[in-house]
Design a protein around this ligand. Structure first.
Ligand SMILES: *[C@@H]1O[C@H](CO)[C@@H](O)[C@H](O)[C@H]1NC(C)=O
Ligand SMILES: *[C@@H]1O[C@H](CO)[C@@H](O)[C@H](O)[C@H]1NC(C)=O
Ligand SMILES: *[C@@H]1O[C@H](CO)[C@@H](O)[C@H](O)[C@H]1NC(C)=O
Ligand SMILES: *[C@@H]1O[C@H](CO)[C@@H](O)[C@H](O)[C@H]1NC(C)=O
Length: 531
């Protein structure tokens, strides 16, 4: 008997020791179902860092990795969701501003379509139906794919989300704070925190619209999608995605104190803006030579990874070439075709450019960009003035901010002409104020206690170690609205106040009436007596 006990405890000890030995390597399900390449390029930095730290990652996304790893298992959605088929690119080049309400609806629509597209993939279906898979953590891009939160429920593990686009009100709500609409502009607006009356009114209207439609139209759609694809595979009633959202342990958000507005926060909201920026690597030899040799500096032009320069209308391409031909500077253009027609002597085109390393080159004078969030952050980091030509989504907003900060100018794509282009480019290169502002903000952006990517990985591991760390958010997340806003307490106080005034008043009146009546009857009696 004693022997048995002893051998059992030895076994226990050995098992524990082995567990302890391997407890640092976790199994993580990393999901980026949104097909736009720039989103994944950003997310993959987090994934690579987790692999580097020895964790095992199963990655569900649209873009096969170029850096395979023995501990990386990929689930690549196939076929990839065809965004341009649903949202034609031609429209993006001609449209000026879509209304904020249209933009919101577009996000919800694209969220529904891409979520459903991803969930019906046979490999994803197999993951949903899997019986023997185990994960310590689910990581999901925070981008209109709430049905995917069901994976946290399926694998009974905590969920971390990564917010590519910065803050939205619903992230605050999930963490237990109500966004103050008086000084926090809605995700889609580019106001500062000093809003005029009309701005505050519009902000409240848009934010309220967002909350109401999200709660009573969009999230129920997500619930339907979740039930359609998880319903059969998971036993028992499925939880509500709204509750799953309130159960998210941690949100890593693409925001940085030096460039974004200060806002109320929770310990579970971590800013990781700039996580993707790495030290500059060596440039390919031809580009290196091209840039080293540029006595008047270099202008770099890229429309990002989604919109291709080759999609531009030909007359625009011609205008850019003509303008570039008139510059003293050398021009690097990310153009996705080997040929472009007549190429001026000072222009070099390449299908792909190592953007971060080019922006880091000391001869770089100007970045001509569509104003995407990741490119803008890279430009900020390396202190480069920018000419922003925004096309859609958050690009208009980012551009307005950049112009406000004084390191950028903006142009409207549909209306630009050669003369304007040259003028803007030369102003940004020759007026020193732009470079000064760019350096100023760069210094602020780089001033971090720890690299944002390292911080992100620390918190991801923390969530696993502390089993979801439910204490990183406030009870506000689980409270009904009337309690959060103290409507019950205010109602009670008002009622008490009213009673405190009204009751004595009523009693005094009664008393007075009674007294008056008594006096009156007494007088009457007196008069009667005298008569
Ligand atoms: C892969 O995971 C194993 C087991 O956790 C670990 O020993 C190994 O170092 C990892 N490989 C790499 C390249 O990190
Ligand atoms: C939220 O998380 C807690 C603790 O991990 C769990 O008990 C609860 O069931 C979760 N809620 C939902 C709706 O999944
Ligand atoms: C570098 O500049 C010199 C002088 O301007 C020029 O002669 C030479 O051809 C350039 N080299 C390259 C590789 O562009
Ligand atoms: C690339 O350029 C060639 C020649 O100008 C043209 O025929 C071809 O359609 C272009 N390809 C793309 C993808 O634009």
């Amino acid at each position: 008997m004693k022997m048995q006990l002893q051998s059992r405890s030895v076994l226990c000890f050995v098992v524990l020791a082995i567990c302890g030995l391997y407890s640092d390597a976790y199994r993580i399900l990393f999901m980026g179902p949104f097909p736009a390449p720039s989103h994944w390029m950003w997310l993959e930095h987090f994934q690579r860092d987790l692999l580097k730290r020895g964790h095992h990652v199963t990655s569900l996304n649209n873009h096969p990795t170029k850096t395979p790893h023995e501990n990386l298992t990929e689930i690549i959605l196939n076929p990839i969701f065809d965004i341009p088929k649903h949202f034609p690119k031609e429209n993006l080049f001609t449209m000026r501003y879509a209304s904020d309400f249209q933009n919101l609806q577009m996000y919800w629509k694209i969220g529904e379509l891409t979520t459903e597209h991803a969930l019906q993939d046979p490999q994803v279906k197999r993951l949903i139906e899997s019986q023997d898979e185990h994960y310590d953590l689910v990581i999901l891009e925070q981008y209109f794919h709430e049905a995917f939160l069901m994976f946290g429920h399926k694998f009974k593990c905590p969920v971390v989300t990564i917010g590519t686009m910065g803050y939205a009100d619903n992230m605050d709500h999930a963490m237990g704070i109500l966004t103050p609409w008086s000084f926090i502009p809605h995700l889609l607006l580019s106001h500062t925190d000093k809003m005029s009356f009309s701005q505050r009114a519009y902000n409240s209207y848009l934010s309220l619209y967002d909350v109401v439609i999200r709660r009573w139209y969009y999230m129920p759609r997500m619930q339907q999608i979740a039930e359609k694809y998880f319903g059969l595979a998971i036993k028992g009633a499925l939880p509500n995605v709204l509750d799953l959202e309130r159960n998210i342990s941690l949100m890593l958000i693409n925001s940085h104190r030096s460039v974004d507005l200060p806002r109320p926060s929770m310990p579970g909201l971590i800013n990781v803006g700039g996580a993707h920026i790495q030290p500059a690597k060596k440039l390919p030899e031809d580009i290196q030579r091209f840039m080293d040799n540029a006595t008047h500096g270099v202008v770099y032009f890229s429309l990002g990874s989604y919109m291709k320069s080759t999609d531009m209308p030909p007359e625009k391409t011609a205008q850019f070439l003509q303008a570039f031909g008139r510059l003293k500077q050398q021009v690097l253009w990310k153009y996705e075709n080997a040929s472009i027609g007549q190429l001026p002597a000072n222009v070099m085109i390449r299908k792909w450019m190592p953007q971060n390393d080019i922006l880091a080159h000391p001869n770089l004078k100007l970045f001509i960009t569509h104003g995407g969030i990741f490119g803008t952050q890279e430009g900020i980091y390396w202190g480069v003035p920018m000419l922003c030509i925004p096309l859609f989504g958050d690009q208009h907003r980012n551009t307005i901010k950049s112009v406000r900060e004084g390191y950028a100018r903006s142009m409207n794509f549909a209306q630009l002409n050669v003369e304007d282009l040259v003028n803007n480019i030369e102003a940004l290169i020759y007026e020193p104020a732009y470079k000064r502002s760019a350096w100023e903000i760069s210094k602020r952006f780089r001033d971090n206690p720890i690299h944002p990517l390292e911080e992100a990985s620390y918190w991801i591991e923390y969530i696993i170690r502390q089993r979801g760390a439910r204490y990183l958010k406030s009870q506000g997340a689980h409270m009904p609205l009337y309690q959060y806003l103290l409507l019950d307490v205010i109602g009670f106080a008002l009622l008490s106040l009213w009673l405190a005034v009204w009751l004595p008043w009523r009693m005094l009146r009664r008393l007075y009436n009674w007294w008056a009546l008594t006096v009156a009857t007494a007088q009457k009696r007196e008069i009667k007596k005298r008569l």
